[in-house]
Ligand binder design. Structure first.
Ligand code: HEC
Length: 135
């Protein structure tokens, strides 16, 4: 059949493009540049955050790009938190407020379903640096 060679190539090309798309969608972690910006905003180290996010169980309640196993659906996905006006719907989104929320959500909003996890302020700064690097 004339032209079939071409259509096979076409299919292969589309397959490769789809594969690249799927990778981009699953990988999802922030780049070094974004992490440097997160560090500048918060004073934390975003490289430490993926381990801390798992240690304190954030991953069981939240979907967090770039953190393996962080596909929880109890709380909102933390993607794009940098662009949100309010944290937990109540607190103006500033670096200090984000750290405060992560350490002690019930102190901010007594009605919130997010518990205190025992994360320290220093660790919360690392986590905030990482979250601000997610777009
Ligand atoms: C038991 C489930 C649970 C755990 C564990 C948990 N969260 Fe949450 N989180 C929630 C819920 C539910 C909300 C929504 C709270 C609200 O709006 O009052 C929330 C909200 C948030 C928000 C604000 C999101 C927004 O869009 O305003 C951030 C940031 C956040 N959590 C980060 C974390 C981090 C970091 C950890 C780990 C230290 C963590 N959470 C652990 C359930 C959880």
């Amino acid at each position: 059949m004339p032209g079939s060679g071409r259509s096979v190539r076409e299919i292969a090309r589309r397959g490769a493009a789809l594969g690249a798309l799927a990778l981009a969608a699953c990988g999802g972690g922030p780049g070094e540049r974004a992490m440097a910006e997160g560090a500048r905003l918060t004073g934390g180290d975003p490289h430490r955050a993926p381990a801390e996010l798992r240690r304190y169980g954030c991953n069981t309640c939240h979907t967090i790009p770039g953190v393996p196993g962080a596909d929880g659906r109890v709380g909102p996905p933390l993607t794009g938190i940098a662009g949100r006006a309010y944290i937990g719907g109540v607190l103006t989104n500033t670096p200090a407020n984000l750290v405060h929320w992560i350490v002690d959500p019930p102190a901010v909003d007594s009605q919130t379903a997010m518990p205190r996890t025992g994360i320290s302020p220093d660790e919360a700064r690392d986590v905030a640096a990482y979250l601000y690097s997610l777009r």
